[in-house]
Design a protein around this ligand. Structure first.
Ligand code: SF4
Length: 428
């Protein structure tokens, strides 16, 4: 049965949906709309009955942003009886659906933890959000739940959709405006229409609230590492080491599995950046936490068809505590006759800020920088957070590319692992 949806009023027949990202632009826009009737778009009813503020939680936002919104914005929504909807994705797949964390005109708190955190998805795959491309992380953790909620809520009914792009974000507006959801979504960009830059929004919030409003972003956002963004992000890592430390651990695992995967690009890791800037507490905490975690010896294989085009297999071959696993990797190296290497420059990543490959590795094959297809295979150790993963076709594809030299090394490594595994049982 089709749900019948009632427009708010004859005069204001369309819902006005404000996608609230909690950053300076969307906060300034929201504040001005609520407090300055002259600036308010005439498509919003004076009693705000057709206005809906929607937030998508990635699960990894800094707690300080949430506290500011709770302190300055939620009381305003309560006073004006404005509807707030907070959503988050329920799982890694689109089919897992969207959870509504709250839907109320009297909001008192936010749910920054979301449901299925972006960092949890990355942790399972041993990856971090990536720079460049189409910001898949944002599409998955913010765009998809917001789209799904609007589609469910409005069905065929058209609605206005406001986004806080600033005066300098014409390119993003051009991209966003092309997305109409079959004509139902009518986009609008109030901040851009006012001609406000990001700095105008920050200045406005400072004047109105007496607060330097921070950028809203995930703690492990790769885009926060640029020249303008890093000072603010660095200050948050220094001020909130408890919530930052898990992302340091995640990057450690990610770098173990792929030495070219620094958070801010190849050769640009978060860990090195924090050490360089003497923000030591999150790193110290991360190291202490890692020592209490289960660790694994990972076998990592990649088949590159082109420089950034690879299929990958990750396989945890032995589990143990921190000390034991390091000893066992060294023993596997000794038994197989494959040298254990560390502190090397990172292949395929220009050395910046002193980034080096700090992870001990047994290299069976290093990839070629110039000839494709090319193989890469090594064993290394890290906390056992990443799950085993390979495509169903990987083994067959790998076998067709393996040469006798690599096959012999693989055989020696596997025999050494079996011997180490047996030795455990004898010792027990
Ligand atoms: S804040 Fe950064 S990491 Fe988080 S979803 Fe957006 S682009 Fe991705």
């Amino acid at each position: 049965m089709t749900k019948t949806r009632t427009p708010v009023s004859r005069r204001y027949p369309m819902f006005y949906v404000w996608s609230y990202g909690m950053g300076a632009e969307s906060t300034a826009g929201l504040l001005r709309m609520l407090t300055d009737p002259a600036a308010r778009p005439d498509t919003i009813a004076p009693d705000f009955s057709n206005l809906i503020i929607v937030i998508a939680q990635t699960g990894d936002e800094w707690s300080t942003t949430g506290r500011l919104v709770q302190h300055y914005i939620l009381p305003l929504l309560r006073r004006h009886h404005v509807r707030l909807v907070e959503v988050a994705r329920s799982g890694p797949r689109r089919a897992d659906g969207v959870a509504v964390l709250q839907d109320t005109r009297q909001p008192y708190r936010l749910h920054l933890d979301g449901v299925y955190k972006l960092s949890r998805e990355n942790r399972v795959t041993g990856t971090m959000p990536q720079l460049g491309g189409v910001r898949k992380c944002s599409q998955k953790a913010k765009g998809a739940p917001l789209d799904a909620w609007r589609a469910r809520e409005f069905g065929d009914q058209p609605y206005l959709h406001a986004i806080g792009f600033n005066a300098d974000e014409g390119a993003r507006i051009t991209r966003d405006a092309a997305y109409s959801m079959g004509g139902r979504r009518i986009p609008t960009y109030p901040i851009h229409e006012w001609g406000w830059t990001r700095q105008d929004c920050v200045d406005y919030l400072l004047r109105e609230l007496g607060v330097v409003w921070p950028k809203s972003c995930c703690r492990h956002c790769p885009y926060a590492g640029n020249r303008l963004g890093w000072p603010e992000q660095r200050a948050r890592f220094a001020a909130l080491p408890e919530e930052a430390a898990q992302h340091v651990i995640d990057e450690y695992v990610c770098l173990a599995l792929n030495p070219r995967s620094g958070l801010f690009g190849p050769g640009r890791s978060l860990i090195t950046r924090l050490r360089r800037d003497q923000v030591t507490e999150p790193v110290t905490l991360a190291v202490a936490r890692m020592k209490t975690m289960p660790w694994a010896i990972y076998r990592v294989r990649r088949l590159y068809h082109a420089p950034a085009n690879a299929i990958r297999s990750v396989d945890r071959v032995l589990f143990a505590g921190h000390r034991t696993i390091h000893t066992e990797l060294a023993e596997i190296g000794r038994l197989s006759g494959i040298a254990l290497t560390r502190n090397e420059q990172i292949a395929g990543a220009p050395v910046r800020d002193g980034d080096r490959d700090i992870h001990p590795r047994l290299w069976l094959r290093r990839r070629s920088e110039s000839t494709y297809p090319t193989l890469e295979e090594f064993y290394t150790v890290a906390p056992a957070l990443a799950q085993d993963k390979e495509l169903s076709t990987f083994a067959a594809t790998w076998a067709t590319h393996t040469d006798p030299v690599l096959a012999r090394l693989e055989h020696r490594a596997e025999a050494a692992i079996t011997a180490v595994h047996r030795a455990r049982h004898v010792a027990a």
